[in-house]
Structures are given as structure tokens and as C-alpha cells.
Design a binder for this molecule. Structure first.
Ligand code: ZN
Length: 285
């Protein structure tokens, strides 16, 4: 599933080539659903110039000169691919855009195998509303440890679940959250109430490092080869995982534990990662 580094890689590629280009044509395959509906989507994207391309959390946002925002969420298996005109069709293509810049035309294809992805056209107000759903981004230093600890303490869950909750902090998915917890030496099942400012600071620092490395390595492509960048190439961060997918801990050489936490495979080292306890000791009976 694309997480922040993967979405950032695709966004940067698209940004480089398509800001100030014009959408000459849009083709939606079969009965594929776009939002708010097909007619509205087509009417406001065809023959429109793209002013800017940016990322909000795990969304890729095309700002259009007509004041609308075309937003893609890749969910589990979505891809945005830059292709030459008439290049052989890609599997699972749902929308094909013909983009023109400096009299050269290329296609951008939105493909999605499992169809949990989404293409939506938002007004400025709707986009602002979407933005509100997301917490600050971990890798940008836009949240300090005190605020992060405060946000975590107000939840009643495990730290692993909390890191995946995009309203607390945005950008971390299963892989990068798993590796961040390992780097911060925090057990994934630590209760959020037991994260103090010092641990929150360690965790923020770890998340920042892991996410920025992921961006530098153009994302992670797992064995399913599902994630590719806008040119169809895999990322390389899978070669730099700290504990995700590992059998042996790189720190203590012990056996790595794997456990499903809220349905997501979580790797951790029970020797190196500490289950933080609250300051209140249980009563002695
Ligand atoms: Zn270890």
C-alpha cells in the first residue's frame, strides 16, 4: 500500500512534468466511478490547465486553473503512470488523461487493480474540509513532542494503532510505523497513555528519519511489486528496512516477533523494544 514516501515520489515526478500543462482529453473506462459524478468530472477537467501538483497526506492534488482540485487517493493498488501516446495499454487502467505541454502530448493513466482508489473533483471549500481530517505530517517537523504526546495521551489504544491514525499524525502507514517504533525502541503494544514527552520526541525523530529515507529511496516495493513510481519503476527502500519483514533483529540478533495488531502485520523485537508502563504502579495485594 503506498504510504507517504511512495505518494511523495509520484507527486514529485508529476509535478516536475505537468505543472502548467493542459488536460486535452479525459477518458474514463467502462463504468468506473469518479466523484462527484462522471459528467461533472469530465466537464471540469477537459481542456483545463494544471496550475500546480502537490500532496496532502496520501492524496495527490492537481490544482486546476478553473478553481477545482482533482484529487487521487491510491489506496491499496492505485497507480498514476506517465506513458507515451499509444504506448501499450496498462492493466487496470481506469482513467486516461492526455496532457499537453509545449506542443508535446503524453498520457497519464490512473490504474487501480482492487478499485479502492479514488478520483475526486473538489471545490476549494471541499478540499479545505478534506485537509482538516489529517493531523500534522511527521517528517516535516510541524508538530513538537509535547503536542504529539498530548495527542497520543488523549487516545485509548496502542501506539502502533495510533501511528496509523491519520488524524493524530499523517503519513505513516504499516511499514514506516513499524520501522519507526523499532528505531525509537518502543514496543508497538505500548498504550498511548504511557507515552511521555521524551518517548514522543524519540518517536517523532525516528518517524522523520524513516520517512525522509523512504522519500530519498523513492518508496518501498514489496514482493507483490504493486507499488511503482510514475515511470513504472520500483522503489528501493525495501532494501533498507530496519525490522519490517525481517526474521532476525539487526540490533541484538534475536528472533523478530510478528503479530497482527488491528489486522496489520507488525514486526518487533521484544528484547530491544520496551513496553512502556505508566507511572501508576498496580496496588500490591
Ligand atoms: Zn533486538
Amino acid at each position: 500500500m503506498p504510504e507517504l514516501p511512495e505518494v511523495q515520489t509520484i507527486t514529485s515526478d508529476l509535478k516536475k512534468y505537468f505543472e502548467n500543462s493542459t488536460i486535452d482529453d479525459v477518458k474514463i473506462s467502462g463504468e468506473y466511478n469518479v466523484y462527484p459524478d462522471r459528467k461533472f468530472f469530465l466537464a471540469h477537467t477537459k481542456n483545463v490547465q494544471i496550475s500546480s501538483i502537490n500532496r496532502i497526506a496520501k492524496n495527490i492534488v492537481f490544482e486546476l486553473e478553473n478553481g477545482y482540485f482533482m484529487v487521487f487517493h491510491l489506496a491499496m493498488t492505485g497507480r498514476l503512470l506517465i506513458r507515451a501516446l499509444n504506448q501499450k495499454p496498462d492493466k487496470w487502467t481506469k482513467i486516461t488523461f492526455t496532457l499537453k505541454k509545449n506542443n508535446k502530448s503524453v498520457e497519464v493513466r490512473f490504474c487501480d487493480m482492487r478499485m479502492f482508489g479514488k478520483a475526486v473533483l473538489y471545490s476549494k471549500e471541499e478540499l479545505e474540509k478534506m485537509k482538516q481530517k489529517y493531523g500534522p505530517e511527521a517528517h516535516k517537523g510541524s508538530i513538537d513532542a509535547k503536542e504529539f504526546a498530548h495527542r497520543l495521551n488523549s487516545k485509548r489504544t496502542t501506539i502502533k494503532n495510533a501511528l496509523l491514525d491519520q488524524s493524530i499524525i499523517s503519513g505513516l502507514g504499516n511499514i514506516y510505523a513499524t520501522d519507526s517504533l523499532f528505531l525509537a525502541r518502543i514496543h508497538p503494544e505500548t498504550k498511548t497513555q504511557n507515552i511521555d514527552t521524551k518517548s514522543a520526541a524519540k518517536l517523532l525523530e525516528a518517524a522523520k528519519l524513516i520517512l525522509n529515507e523512504g522519500i530519498e529511496h523513492r518508496g518501498s516495493t514489496l514482493e507483490d511489486a504493486m507499488y511503482v513510481d510514475a515511470f513504472g519503476k520500483p522503489g528501493t527502500h525495501q532494501n533498507y528496512f530496519r525490522i519490517y519483514g525481517k526474521k532476525t533483529c539487526i540490533n541484538c540478533s534475536g528472533k523478530v516477533s510478528v503479530k497482527k495488531i488491528n489486522g496489520r502485520g507488525t514486526y518487533f523485537c521484544s528484547f530491544c523494544q520496551i513496553l512502556l508502563e505508566g507511572t501508576k504502579k498496580p496496588p500490591v495485594l
